[in-house]
Design a protein around this ligand. Structure first.
Ligand code: C2E
Ligand code: CA
Ligand code: CA
Length: 689
């Protein structure tokens, strides 16, 4: 939910400003009205009082002056009395003087003009008459002599000009006060609000803004500011802490629930739900990597019988032992699950061939056939395993599971204690492989191998320049097994390392023997799997072998196939350099099939290229093969390398090669690979025709 600031919501400053101005205005208006009325009243009283005093003091003097007709004199008195600012006019009505002038009375006095100057009053001046009428206040007194005769009157006129000025001053003063007070109030309030409310609030907002996905602030809220802010912040902090705590508890609870929902309580293995998830993931990965996934369904044979006869406790213990055994045998990346009862499942990833899974299946069958001792019982349970392969058998997890299950029932039908693939051909292939794997291991242990030698000949002279060691397996039932049948399996399982070392040792010993017999043996070419080179202790091992056999490094040439070098050329260059430094020659086997780049070829410390037999087979008629062969010969010349052709079977092939500059020949034309003693016989001659 998103909360938006609404522009109609006034800021605190504006609201407070308006309230303060209104309040101060009302207070000041009331105050001003009171003081206005009060002042007005007071001034009026004062005016009345002072005009009365003025008149009373004038009355006495004027009486005598009227009697003596001293108009000028009382005019002066009036002028003096007019000095008080608010006196607008003082006029004396003189009956005595009037009588003399033949009128009822004579008017004399002072009045103020527009500029507020004191001028003589003229009773005939209509302006004066009008001005007098407008006066705010007037008073008239009789002038009576001691004898009681009426001498005239004296009138005083007061203007409200001065009073108004005074009152205006009050109003202006109030307005100024109003402003000053409002300003002061607003300022002090703003400062208070700013430092005690708004600043802490904006600090709080700043902290609240930095929140996690659930909207809970990452940090606690600062508690400085007023007491109210402190209370607010503390309460909020309290809330944040308790929300965070309950969230942690909730997460723990959730993950515990998630674990329970996805795992088997007895063994702690993944259950069917998690297993399905894992299978989908593995299939996805395999699809991206174009590899294969094997799905194993493992069912324990005779488990139900044991469970029923010895009880569930023993049954549970068996399941735990089985779990331990299976966990140990699988790789980390493989997934093991218990689907229920005595049913387990394994997902094996990253397979190149479907039948590769058979090695693991075979191991599991053997492992689970081993007796389990529980309490005083020695129990024999075996297992039946069904295997389905992604994508060969199916591309949906549902089908793979169905097929593995079906294969598992087939394994039961086959008499239990075995594994079956979903497809029967696969099972056959796999059995062959399993059998080969076990017997190859046996063979390595018993050294059931024999090294054959095939001569390499100078095609021009027929002189033997060297030979290639080629291994054969002396199988107890199959007879001599050719390398093509077991080298790929040996490479995959890593047994090739041990095998190659065996061939090397045999070959070296043989060379020393021939040397001691004073035979001209030339160079012995040994085939080497690149896996061997990547072995850390390969160089020391090689050195030890030379010491042990007394073979000389210069008698040996190592053959590495072009394809193997080019899978990781930089690494190969490093190792081959070390070998080269020992004085051992290096040849690139099966040259022309591995797409070497010329730049790598230049950097490789090699001595010889061996043209692959696939190019020789159809020589000299096949134009393309002829062209390639010529090109390889030209390349070897330009790189200053020696060149040899293998698989040469006919005279025409040999002639073509020799004519085009490749005089070293290996092939059935001269001799097939042969035993050491046969080779010894040929060496005695030194030539071959
Ligand atoms: P390679 O290194 O290319 O060996 C040459 C193969 O061609 C040998 O097969 C040899 O018997 C065969 N050959 C020789 N002349 C002719 C011919 O004129 N015509 C025909 N058709 N074939 C000929 P072999 O002995 O069956 O060996 C096969 C492969 O097994 C070898 O190919 C080599 O890659 C591998 N290999 C053999 N012994 C060993 C070994 O001790 N260690 C390793 N790592 N690989 C070996
Ligand atoms: Ca070879
Ligand atoms: Ca070859």
């Amino acid at each position: 939910m998103e909360f938006k600031y609404n522009a109609h919501e006034r800021s605190l400053y504006v609201t407070l400003g308006i309230i303060i101005v209104l309040t101060v205005t009302i207070i000041m208006s009331i105050h001003t009205t009171f003081s206005y009325l009060h002042t007005k009243n007071k001034i009026l009283q004062e005016i009345k009082q002072s005009s009365k005093e003025t008149v009373v003091s004038l009355q006495k003097n004027v009486t005598n002056l009227i009697k003596s007709y001293s108009i000028n004199e009382y005019d002066k008195l009036i002028f003096n009395a007019m000095q008080r600012k608010d006196n607008f006019a003082i006029i004396v009505e003189d009956y005595n003087m009037g009588k003399i002038l033949g009128e009822k009375s004579f008017f004399s006095g002072k009045i103020r003009d527009a500029q507020w100057n004191i001028v003589d009053y003229d009773s005939k001046n209509s302006e004066h008459g009008r001005a007098l009428k407008k006066c705010y206040y007037s008073d008239k007194y009789e002038i009576i002599s001691d004898t009681g005769s009426h001498l005239g009157t004296i009138s005083i006129y007061i203007s409200d000009n001065v009073m108004n000025e005074e009152l205006n001053k009050i109003i202006i003063g109030s307005v100024i006060n109003l402003f000053a007070i409002s300003l002061l109030l607003i300022l002090s309030l703003f400062i208070t609000i700013r430092f005690f409310v708004l600043k802490p609030l904006s600090d709080i907002i700043e902290v609240i803004k930095n929140h996690d996905d659930d909207g809970i602030p990452v940090d606690l809220i600062p508690t400085h500011g007023s007491k109210e802010i402190f209370l607010l912040s503390s309460t909020m902090n309290h809330m944040i802490i308790s929300i965070k705590n309950s969230r942690v508890a909730f997460k723990e609870q959730k993950s515990a629930m998630h674990y329970q929902a996805n795992h088997d309580a007895l063994t702690g293995l993944a259950n069917r739900i998690l297993f399905n998830e894992r299978l989908e993931q593995s299939m996805m990965k395999a699809k991206n990597k174009s590899s294969k996934v094997a799905l194993f369904f493992i069912d324990l044979d005779h488990f139900k019988g044991i469970n029923d006869s010895l009880g569930h406790d023993v049954g549970d213990k068996i399941l735990k032992v089985v779990t331990q055994r299976l966990s140990k045998i699988i790789q980390k990346k493989d997934a093991l699950a218990r689907l229920g009862g005595d049913e387990f499942a394994i997902i094996v990833e990253d397979l190149r061939h479907g039948q590769d899974a058979s090695l693991l299946a075979n191991k599991i069958v053997k492992l689970l056939a081993q007796p389990i001792t529980i309490d005083e019982h020695v129990l024999y349970i075996s297992s039946s395993i069904g295997i389905s392969i992604y994508p060969n058998d199916g591309i949906s997890s549902g089908n793979l599971i169905k097929y593995a299950d079906a294969a598992m029932y087939k394994a039961k039908d086959e008499g239990r204690n075995n594994f079956q693939y979903y497809s029967s051909e696969m099972t056959e292939l796999a059995f062959e492989r399993v059998v080969m794997d076990t017997s190859l291991r046996e063979a390595l242990k018993n050294e059931d191998f024999i090294v054959y030698y095939q001569p390499q000949v100078n095609g021009e002279s027929g002189e033997i320049t060297g030979m290639e060691a080629l291994v054969r397996w002396k199988h107890p039932t199959m007879g001599l097994v050719p390398p093509s049948k077991f080298i790929p399996l040996a490479e995959e399982t890593g047994m090739i390392i041990q095998l190659d070392q065996y061939v090397m040792r045999c070959g070296m010993k043989q060379m020393v023997q021939w040397h001691n017999q004073k035979l001209k043996h030339g160079v012995l070419a040994l085939n080497l799997a690149i896996k061997q080179l990547n072995q850390k202790d390969f160089i020391p091992m090689l050195k030890r072998m030379f010491e042990e056999t007394k073979c000389k490094p210069e008698w040996i040439e190592l053959e590495v196939t072009e394809g193997q070098i080019m899978t990781n050329p930089d690494e190969a260059i490093k190792i081959l350099k070390q070998i080269n430094e020992m004085g051992i020659k290096l040849a690139v086997d099966d040259f022309g099939t591995g797409y070497s780049s010329l730049s790598y070829l230049k950097r490789l410390p090699i001595d010889k290229l061996k043209i692959d037999q696939s190019f020789i087979r159809d020589l000299p008629d096949d134009e393309e093969d002829a062209a390639i062969t010529k090109a390889v010969i030209a390349l070897s010349k330009s790189l200053n390398l020696r060149v040899i052709a293998e698989g040469v079977e006919t005279q025409e092939q040999k002639e073509f090669l020799v004519q085009n500059g490749c005089k070293h020949i290996q092939g059935y034309l001269y001799a097939k690979p042969m035993t050491a003693s046969e080779m010894g016989e040929i060496l005695k001659n030194g030539f071959i025709s």
